[in-house]
Design a protein around this ligand. Sequence first.
Ligand code: MEV
Length: 314
Amino acid sequence: MKRCSAPGKVILFGEHAVVFGKPAFALAIDLRITASVSSSDQYLVNGRPMKKQHHVYVSKALDEAWNGPPIEIVTRSRIPSGSGLGSSAAVTVATIGSMLAERGRFRPETVARKAFEVELAVQGRASPTDTSTSSNGHGVLVAQEKMDGFLWRISAGDKAWSMHHRDVPGFTFVVGYTGIHASTGPLVAGVKKLVDSSRDAARAVDRIAEVVLDGVSAVEKGDKARVGKLMLENHGLLNSLGVGHPLLDKAVEACERVSYGAKLTGAGGGGSMIALTDDPVSASEAIASVGCTPMTVNVGCEGVRLEPRATRAD
Ligand code: MEV
């Protein structure tokens, strides 16, 4: 029996534009998903027979990383699904990690590559941001060219992304979860359609790329005021790409006086927003006041890792 856990993520800058090959910056968070695999006489997921239509990510993960006899997969999640916090990437990474560990082939890079193939197959269009962040943990800077901290390069069709490790400063983020489930695939497809037909949308994607690079340098300097300003700009640009939601705007506005800045995070259309703040109590109150669920998260956490066997308490 092997057991792995993997973190969720927040995207600080660059979601959606990264699917077009632009840069992005994502941070692993301290909400984790655990997956264990053990031998069984049939394929089971959480005690039920595995069905491709119900267990979309887990069954694709199995196609990608398992060629042995039937197994039972048990997952435990602290990340709401469809929340924009990387639950599908984390479940895929944890499941692939435990299958590779069972085969004696556990390596974060191998996990990241295989997990990206799964997300790409399920979503139709995808970047390796979420899966590589869940695999590496800490901060991950996605860029075209190789830079300091280079981890691995992943390509799909005519696109390629170089992934880089970044240490993350001790910033405090409060997540605001709207409770509105949003599927990434259709949102990503909608942005592609818009960018193909509108010059303004294509320009917004180019501007996001500049915001990401400026934002990463502000993070490295510890310049929270600049980071917050760029988060707000990134939020507006994502709205112009059609992936916003009125409740996300309300939560971002509610955080105006209690944060450096805020933005939607992940695919949008609902899901979650994040606020960078020195006052997580007031930011949480502001987020709750508009009907979202606040969660203060620690960022820069460890990536996919082997865990000891589950105990009864797990
Ligand atoms: C979703 O967390 C991030 C997106 O950029 C999609 C992707 O990168 O695959 C919206």
